[in-house]
Write a protein of this length. Sequence first.
Length: 332
Amino acid sequence: MLNNATILVTGGTGSFGHKFVAMTLEKYSPKKLIVFSRDEMKQWEMAKLYQGDDRLRFFIGDVRDKDRLYRALDGVDFVVHAAATKIVPTAEYNPFESVKTNINGAMNLIDAAIDKGVKRVVVLSTDKASSPINLYGATKLAADKLFVAGNAYSGGYQTAFSVVRYGNVMGSRGSVIPFFMSIRDRGVLPITDPRMTRFMISLEQAVELVWHTFDDMVGGEIYVKKIPSVRMTDLARVVAPEAEQEIIGIRPGEKLHEQMIGAEDSHFTYEYPEYFKILPNLNGWGRCKKRIKSGQRVPEGFVYSSDNNSVWMADAELRAWIESNFNDAGAV
C-alpha cells in the first residue's frame, strides 16, 4: 500500500518519526516521504542522516496552522499524525498550549486531509486517553473522538481516519528508561510509588502497528497493541541494581496504573492475536462486519490495564533491550 505513495508524518522529527522514516524507507518504496514539524534544527540534523535519498522531504510547519497544513498535504496519499504536546506535568501547567496542539491541531488536520483528498490518516494516541485523569489524556481522548467522528464528517469524500493506542515507548525522548539511565550513577533512582506499573512498547512495534493499521482500517477503529507491563521498581532494579530507590510521590496528573481499554469500551471491543480493536459506537459501525473481520468480542466489563495484564516483561528481556539500545554512557 505504501509503495509509490506520498506519505506525510506530522511531528516527524520526534522519536517515533525517526524510527518510522528509517523503517518505512527500508521496507517500502514510497514516492515521497514528508517530515512535517516545527523545529528547524531537528529537521536539519535529521536531513543529514538521509543525504542523497531523494524520497525524503522536510516541511517546516505547525499543526496549529491550518493554512500551512493545506499546503503540506497537497498531493499526499497517507498521513501519520504523531505531533502532540505530551509530557504530563508540562500539560498540567500549560493547558492552553496543550489544547491548541492536541485538539485544535486535530481539527485542522481533519479539515485539511478531507479537503486535500488524503486517502488514509493514522493517528498516534496514548494509554492516557483511556479514562483520563490528566490534561494530556483528556486532550488526546478528545482528539481520538474527533478523528473517529471525522469519518462521518468527511461525508462522501475518500478520507478515512483511524487511531492507534499504545503505552510508554521504550527509549523515546522523555521516557523513563533514558531518564533512569542518565542518572543511575548517582546511586539513587526516584520512584513515584512502589506499586506503579506501566505498559511498554518498542519503537519498532509502534511502527509495525501503524503499518498494519493502514492495511486493515476501514475508518473509525482504535487499534490497541497487546504489549507487556512492567513494575517501575523492577525497571529501576534492572537499570541500576545497586542504586537506592527513593519514593518521591506521584506527580500532578499521574496515574498509578495505565489503562488502554475501559469497561465502557468493552461492548464494542474485539480481540485479535496481537491487538484489540475498539470500534466506534457511531452510525452502527460498532457492529460493522468489514471492521470486525475475524475479531472476537471481549467479555462485557473487560478492562485492559497495566496492573491486570497477563504479560509482564522479565528482567532478562529488559536487560537485553537496554544492552542493545544504550551505550555505556547511557545514551541511545
